[in-house]
Design a protein around this ligand. Sequence first.
Ligand SMILES: [Zn+2]
Ligand SMILES: [Zn+2]
Ligand SMILES: [Zn+2]
Length: 388
Amino acid sequence: MVTMPEMGFLLEFEVMAFLVIVVFLFMRMYRAYRCAHYEVPADDIRKGHRWYMEDIFPEQTYCNISLRKIKHGAKCFSCEICVDDHLMKEANLKIPCKPVSLEGEITYHHWVQGNLPLYSKCYVCTQDCGVQPHICDVRCAWCKRTAHENCKPDNEACDFGEFKTAIVPPDCVQLKWVGFKGRKHLVVEKARKPNIPNWSPVIIVANQQSGNNEGEIILRQFKGTLNSAQVIDLHDIPPENGIEWCHLLPDVKFRLVVCGGDGTVGWVLNVIEKLKLKNPPHVCILPLGTGNDLSRVLGWGEGYTTGDDVHVDQIFRQMNEAKPVCLDRWKVEIKNLKRVMLPKLKYKKISLRGGKVPMQVDGEPWEQSDPADITVTFQSKANMLARM
Ligand SMILES: [Zn+2]
Ligand SMILES: [Zn+2]
Ligand SMILES: [Zn+2]
């Protein structure tokens, strides 16, 4: 027989169990929803600049707040202002960063004072600028034009300079807040096509830990040139979120730059295939670290390693000149494998029907030397073929 207090306890227990199940189911549904809905994340620039610390600044670097010469301190990788270590908060309040999104249909030059590159010329009067031994003159964070303080026009629309076809102008981007209280973040809600001929914007996907941390340097450099919403760090979010740009602007041909090795490129190509896009992006490779067979075969080079300077401008120029090629991808499944003694093969050829295009097998690129043959250059792959 159950007494009254015991009944109350059972009821409470049932209610609690019911609530736990409801919360659990809700979280499962929310996670499933999040996995099926990808969104392009955007920085909240009202929080201030995107800082990184520099141990040694180049000679003649001046603080944008104290205006004094500094040897080390913090630099914003988006608008490139430099400040003394202890002046970051003040800079966040006083100097606006390069915007991700803007209201209206025009983006004006975003002038940043001082620290101009060597041999800068004023685009208005064509004379040298930035040469005084103190913080002086300005540079646009978008088009990179430099000008004398007195020459710079205040309300001139920025045309985004040499790499205008790669940049998503902030006036074409509309943001919205998503997520629950405490975990709210900004994402791109809508985007429109700017009036730029041959516009083919670039999306960068890189893992900040790729190579020997070259990934981090590259992500920073691309954010300095592009709209920061175009740069996706695979360390924090999957490539699907970056490729979501292709859904936001389905009629635009995007260029997706994958920074990393064969594994990363294979992963991103699988994602593009899985998403079944109406207008899939062209894929460019920026090889990092070792294991860059696909990049080498396609002509993007052997790979950047520690100490190599990555010249983002040069990469954009190479992308503008690159010709798209098709890539065959296929997966080999091996079943009922018998253990066999293998000869020490250096290479092996197999015959295939098909055109003369580079090939990729389950993430690994194979060099093709003849329309009907594949040359396998590595022992591991030779072994795999010999077993077949
Ligand atoms: Zn900034
Ligand atoms: Zn400009
Ligand atoms: Zn001038």
